[in-house]
Ligand binder design. Structure first.
Ligand SMILES: NC(=O)c1ccc[n+]([C@@H]2O[C@H](COP(=O)([O-])OP(=O)(O)OC[C@H]3O[C@@H](n4cnc5c(N)ncnc54)[C@H](O)[C@@H]3O)[C@@H](O)[C@H]2O)c1
Length: 397
């Protein structure tokens, strides 16, 4: 079993893959399309980060490829439609850097409340300004969390531990953690929060959702943080409110347009303001997050290849398989059309095999069924299954 792992992926990934019997070809850089085409013979698992593009041409040249692990958050470097059409599983690490983002935001809340960006700039200019004017403790202040998902809820817990009052607004029903209070509307949250921090997802409807109107509704001298998506905020309006003093300070980690390559110039209307912390999209960039991503994605790849689990796959129907203790497991990925499951189960019945457990899940054009049975399908039944018009693949474990 061969795995090709590119782009300096953390050693935790290699440990997991090797412990499950994989021979790992580890490379430090990304590969071009033609280099990939030449490298995938016999490879069943491919590990990449964001600099490797997996096109349909690459997938066509990879007959042995079972799964691709994106050791990052995004998966748009992979042609997902082509991967799905070939039944190749794609996995990523959507939650592994949650804690890192939360810790950055906590640091920024304190830094803004104590006016650290301005203080440190002055010190570098040789100015000794000990004034407490405009500096505050965060204890007892209200944080308004917009988007109460993985990051928002963990931030809620840590902010509360620092003695902050937590209010949140989410468009979905989310239970409050600890003493946090749900707000019925975004406006209600904006009117009472000393810090407003955005943790919404990148759905298209969120583009520009936080602009002049929302900044105007915020409390005078409150603080603003965005570590979610650059496109959700109108930074021109933010600048106006920072310059007027209505917003006391801001921290931004994400931007509508971000430099593509290390070293490219960063352009923003927020540059040059001494009450603004600007960071280059590093909310999730820590060694701990990288180690967690390595471990997490490698576990998903091996869980899929060796046990049939598609848990958290970004493109295949989700089936979370129980551990394979004894018996015989068959995974069958097929087109999601009526009658396929009935035909599949008829093969077991004709063989006289008892089905011990079965899970089916569908997603768009695909269906995936995992069956644990008292005996493997006979060779003849397996041939029939593989030859059926709706079969993408069938595998046994
Ligand atoms: N800065 C970084 O390096 C970094 C790292 C990881 C994640 N992120 C970003 O952080 C954001 C949050 O990540 P997550 O894992 O918590 O996502 P999540 O999907 O778990 O949570 C997002 C929440 O926002 C809510 N939401 C969406 N639109 C909303 C709106 N207009 N108003 C109120 N609530 C809304 C959703 O219902 C959901 O509960 C994402 O945009 C993600 O891309 C940034």
């Amino acid at each position: 079993m061969k795995a090709l792992v590119l782009e300096n992926i953390h050693p935790t990934a290699v440990e997991v893959l090797e412990s499950r019997g994989y021979d790992v070809d580890l490379r430090s850089g990304a590969l071009s399309e033609s280099e990939l085409v030449d490298s995938l013979d016999g490879v069943s698992l491919l590990g990449i980060r964001s600099n490797t593009t997996v096109t349909s041409r690459v997938l066509e040249a990879a007959p042995d490829l079972l799964a691709i692990g994106c050791f990052c958050i995004g998966t748009n470097q992979v042609d997902l439609a082509a991967a799905s059409a070939r039944g190749i599983g794609v996995f990523n690490a959507p939650y592994s850097n949650t804690r890192s983002v939360v810790e950055l935001v906590i640091g920024e809340i304190i830094a803004l409340a104590r006016r650290l960006p301005e203080k440190t700039l002055r010190m570098h200019d040789g100015v000794w300004d000990k004034s407490a004017q405009g500096s505050h403790e965060v204890r007892g202040r209200t944080i308004g969390i917009v988007g109460y998902g993985n990051i928002g809820t963990q931030l809620s817990t840590l902010a509360e531990a620092m003695g902050m009052r937590v209010v949140f607004f989410d468009t979905s029903d989310r239970p409050a953690h600890g003493n946090a209070r749900r707000m019925r509307s975004l406006d209600e949250l904006l009117e009472i929060s000393d810090v407003v921090t955005l943790h919404v997802d990148g759905r298209p409807g969120n583009a520009g959702f936080f602009g002049a109107r929302e900044f105007a509704l915020m409390k005078p001298r409150s603080m603003f943080i965005n570590a979610s998506r650059g496109m959700v905020v109108d930074n021109e309006s933010l600048r106006d409110h920072l310059v007027s003093g209505h917003i006391a300070g801001a921290a931004l980690d994400v931007f509508p347009v971000e430099p593509k390559v290390q070293g490219d110039t960063f352009e923003s209307v927020l540059r040059g303001l001494d009450n603004v912390i600007l960071t280059p999209h590093i909310g999730g960039s820590t060694q701990e997050a990288q180690a967690e991503i390595g471990w997490f994605v490698a576990g998903k790849l091996t869980g899929f290849a060796l046990e049939g689990s598609t848990a958290l796959s970004v493109n295949l129907p989700a089936v979370v398989t129980p551990p394979l203790n004894q018996g015989h497991r068959l995974g069958f990925l097929h087109h999601n059309v009526p009658g396929v499951l009935a035909g599949f189960n008829a093969l077991f019945a004709a063989d006289g095999d008892n089905v011990v457990g079965q899970q089916l899940s569908t997603r768009d054009a695909l269906g995936y069924v995992v069956t644990d049975a008292s005996a493997p399908l006979s060779g003849h039944a397996m041939e029939q299954l593989l030859a059926s018009e709706h079969c993408l693949w069938a595998r046994t474990w």
